[in-house]
Each structure stands twice: as C-alpha cells, then as structure tokens.
Design a binder for this molecule. Structure first.
Ligand code: NAP
Length: 251
C-alpha cells in the first residue's frame, strides 16, 4: 500500500501504522505537534521492513494538508511506487467536557475545523489522487468516526459527537460518489478506547468511569480498533463500501 495515516503518531493511528509496518508498504505518518513520537514510530516501522516518513501538518489548515499530500507524492515517487492508494483519515480532537449552553464559538470552530473540515480536506486530496477518472489507480479510505455520532455525548461534548455525525454522512456520500472510480470508503466508530485523547480533553479517567455502561465491561484497546480499520482498508473487505463499523464493546 501507498498509505497516509493522519494523526498516525499516537493512539489508534499509531496502532494502525504498526499493524501495517511490513515490507511492501510505504507509510506517511502525519502528526500535529509531537515530532519525537512520530520520529520514534518511523524508526519502528523501518525496523519492521516498511518505508516510512513523518510529516507535520495540522489537518485544519488547507495549505498544510496540501503540503502533506505533496510530500507524500514525492515520497512514493522516489521509492518508484505508484500513487497514493490508501488513506486512514484519523486525526481528531475533543475539547474539555461542557454543556452546549457554555460552548464558545472558538471551541466550536476548533472542533469542527479539525474533525470535519480537516477530514474533508484530507479526503479531497486523497480522492483527487486515487480517482481512476483522474489518472489514479483506485484505493481505499477509512474514516475514523465515533460511537458518539449515534450516542450524542450529552453534558460532555455534543460538538464532538456532531462532528463525527458529519464523518458518518461524508462516508456514506463519498462511498457512492467514488465507487465507480475504484475507491472504497468506509468508517469505524470506536467506543471508549484507552488512548491519551481523554486526558487531552481533561478527563484522564474517562474510560474507567464509564466502563460500567459498556456491555463488555471494559474499554477497548487502540489495537482492537486498528485491526478493524486495517481490515476495512484491505482487499479482504473488497465488497464493503459505505459501511460504518462499530468497534465499541456492544455500546
Ligand atoms: P490521540 O491518542 O489523542 O492521538 C491523536 C493523534 O492525532 C496524534 O497523532 C496527534 O498528533 C494527531 N492530531 C491531533 N490533532 C491533529 C491535527 N489538527 N492535525 C493532524 N494531526 C492531529 O487520539 P486517538 O484516541 O487515537 O483518536 C484517533 C481518532 O479516533 C480521532 O478521530 C478520535 O476522535 C477517534 N476516536 C477515539 C476514541 C477514543 O476513545 N480514543 C473513540 C472514538 C473515536 P500530535 O501528538 O502530534 O498532536
């Protein structure tokens, strides 16, 4: 695969990268701020036999997304490979727990700029390169949504939940739009997964606090989500497009 993973340096994205770190794959690991985590992952991927680079880009910035894809084009071409054919559209953020009544415009802009506009910009750049009608070779896109899209996340982050609702709808529409171009588009909807995202939203103990509402009685591991993403991305899921796969312990 010639693959880009946005938000690939930590958490679910990093587990996807590690699962795909074998010879035959070239992986562009995008990150926002933590260059050392991205560099460490690149060295692990290379040790496992795949080609990899880390590229800093904020997905909420159109020029930075364009630059991310341009750097990926050069990377694949230098390796003598074809164009991009796989994307894990994963970067996403939460803001601190709040009622909608208390959400500032600045917060709403930040969540929607990253989670919705960022995911659209990334999908746009990928589609351009993969579409057979535009010289591409087809491919596979997996968007990372959330179970929050159907739960709503009341009194925590309805903004985040709504942003993931947009990702579900984007997945359904884009799958239909791109099917004839040889591109499958699917999404996973993780539930409560043990990553740093909860601490970044000011709730480091969130998984432990909520695990009693999960039918399986525990939070998920990032690798359990990555395995689902990698399956949807692969030819093993060759007749899946427009699918929204819940990975949420039954919740
Ligand atoms: P995480 O552990 O917080 O990792 C986030 C990753 O995204 C990091 O690599 C980070 O890079 C990168 N990132 C953050 N903002 C970015 C931006 N603006 N542009 C580019 N990269 C950015 O998160 P995670 O839990 O793995 O979440 C990954 C995805 O799964 C997100 O879309 C999230 O909404 C979704 N999800 C997570 C859960 C959960 O319980 N963990 C549940 C449902 C859905 P830096 O380290 O450089 O900042």
């Amino acid at each position: 695969m010639n693959l880009i993973v946005t938000g690939g340096s930590r958490g679910i994205g990093a587990q996807c990268v590690l699962a795909l770190a074998k010879s035959g794959h070239a992986i562009v690991i995008n990150y926002a701020r933590d260059a050392s985590a991205a560099a460490l992952l690149v060295s692990k991927v290379q040790a496992a036999g795949a080609d990899a680079i880390a590229v800093q880009a904020d997905v909420a910035s159109e020029p930075q997304v364009v630059q991310l894809f341009a750097q990926a084009d050069v990377f694949f071409s230098r390796l003598g490979r074809g164009p991009l054919n796989a994307l894990i559209n994963n970067a996403g953020i939460v803001a601190p727990k709040a009622m909608v009544a208390d959400m500032s415009l600045e917060r709403l802009r930040s969540v929607f700029d990253t989670n919705v506009l960022g995911a659209f910009l990334v999908a746009r750049e990928a589609a351009k390169r993969m579409m057979r009608s535009r010289g591409g070779e087809g491919g596979s896109i997996v968007n990372v949504s959330s179970a929050a899209a159907r739960l709503g996340s009341p009194a925590e982050y309805v903004d985040y939940a709504a942003s993931k609702g947009a990702i579900d709808t984007m997945t359904l529409g884009l799958a239909k739009e791109l099917a004839a171009d040889g591109i499958r588009v699917n999404a996973v909807r993780p539930g409560l997964i043990e990553t740093d995202i909860h601490a970044s939203g000011g709730q480091p103990d969130r998984v432990a606090r909520f695990k009693s509402v999960i039918p399986m009685g525990r939070g998920g591991q990032a690798k359990e989500v990555a395995d689902a993403i990698c399956w949807l991305l692969s030819d093993a899921a060759s007749y899946c497009t427009g699918s929204l796969l819940d990975v949420a312990g039954g919740r």
